[in-house]
Design a protein around this ligand. Sequence first.
Ligand code: BES
Ligand code: MN
Ligand code: ZN
Length: 501
Amino acid sequence: MTALSVSTSSAASLRADALVIGVAKGPKGIVLAPGAEAVNEAFDGKLAEVLGTLGATGAEGETVKVPSPAGLKAAFVLAVGLGETADAGYGLEALRRAAGVAARVLAGTKKAALALPAESAEEVEAVALGGLLGSYAFGTYKGNGNGKEPVGELLVLTARKGSKDAKAAVERAVVIGEEMNRARDLVNTAPNDLNPKSFAAIAQAAGKEHGLKVEVLDEKALTKGGYGGLLGVGGGSANPPRLVKLAYTHPKAKVSLAFVGKGITYDSGGISLKPAGHNETMKCDMAGAAAVFAAVVAAKRLGLAVNVTAWLALAENMPSGSATRPGDVLRMYGGKTVEVLNTDAEGRLVLADAIVRAGEENPDVIVDVATLTGAMVLALGNRTFGVMSNNDELRDSLHTIAGEAGEQSWPMPLPADLRKGMTESTIADLSNMGERMGGGLVAGLFLKEFVTEGTDWAHIDIAGPAFHEGAPYGYTPKGGTATSVRTLIRYAEKTAENGKA
Ligand code: BES
Ligand code: MN
Ligand code: ZN
């Protein structure tokens, strides 16, 4: 992993392969962003002109390289576009993205200094986090993705005097970046290597390393406990299901949060098999479990004064002679019965068990995260997750918090009229299918049935942003994105600060 540190040295005197500066699109052409001053001096104040001649416009994501003049110790200058100039300063997400682009472009180099706007501690953190996320490469199977090693070392340059809080900001970024990259690794791991059992073992090892309490229910324990959802979904697979609990407690905590993650390590659809074209990326169906796992480890590493329990509902959805059939009735944990009309609507079944189990411990809030429905992808696209809740205030605050953390989300309703379709089974309490229209909301309403009366609960459907198939952009690579991790961490952090959920 790329090493990251903060430095107050002048950009001019730094020995590095590259010096990264920011440029923006002003009303009258290209503008240098704060942080570029010393570099501009080395260019006799003509850096903007030079970059303009080379075609730079300052557009977001654009990169232009220039060899260094005599006054700089770095080999070359990399100008990264920040988009439109902003009077109120560049947004933190623009800084994350610019640093991410730079780190990506600089793969193959040993050392780079980021001379981007980094005056406040928040800006330092954003630059550091963007750099770490942008230098991510998944090398388990292919050495290193594009044939180049990630940049070896990143220095975040800041003019901030008394660099103590800048250092703390970088340390925070390292925790969040490493945990997001952990979630990305899990999502990217091939489903023949990541199954419920191996995922549980990884959680156990991480729990040991970071001092979290971990409990794993295997298929025997799940049978004994009556976890019909997990067993029904996992029944067709040679890899049996698991329910993993990771608990972080803080002695001064006033609030307990439960984060529940959908962990389908592969979603073939089961007997309601997905057609070709719809199953190639279904290793990503455990991205919710990866997100809550990363978030609880981050909460511990950051020492947040809040209790966080992560529940990973792990199963592999496969067709076989032992698989659940459309028409089967499952008795879920807690006793409700569900007629399975479509085995591809499996996420809600494993989540139902985990939500009931999580609720038994009386948390103040339950937040589940799941790659739950294609309908949510149709509604919100590939970069925005949907937030639903039985409490409008909680839903709106998660949406706000996501925005603060730099994640795109949108509040979605749980219209009571959509519930009816799921309750029309003639033989069971519920069916796992309801009205086709509004499928993302129907899934949310199904989950709501399993939340204990009086408990605040929110549901985050990350089916769109969990797995990125297009070209990399900003700090987002192809494959697993770690979407929602920053939102969960920030939510836990705010809860700790406020002493209430
Ligand atoms: N894992 C899928 C949802 C999904 C779709 C995730 C696209 C990521 C990208 C989920 O289990 C599923 O198959 N949902 C069905 C539900 C339907 C059968 C009610 C869907 O959305 O089509
Ligand atoms: Mn499915
Ligand atoms: Zn699924």
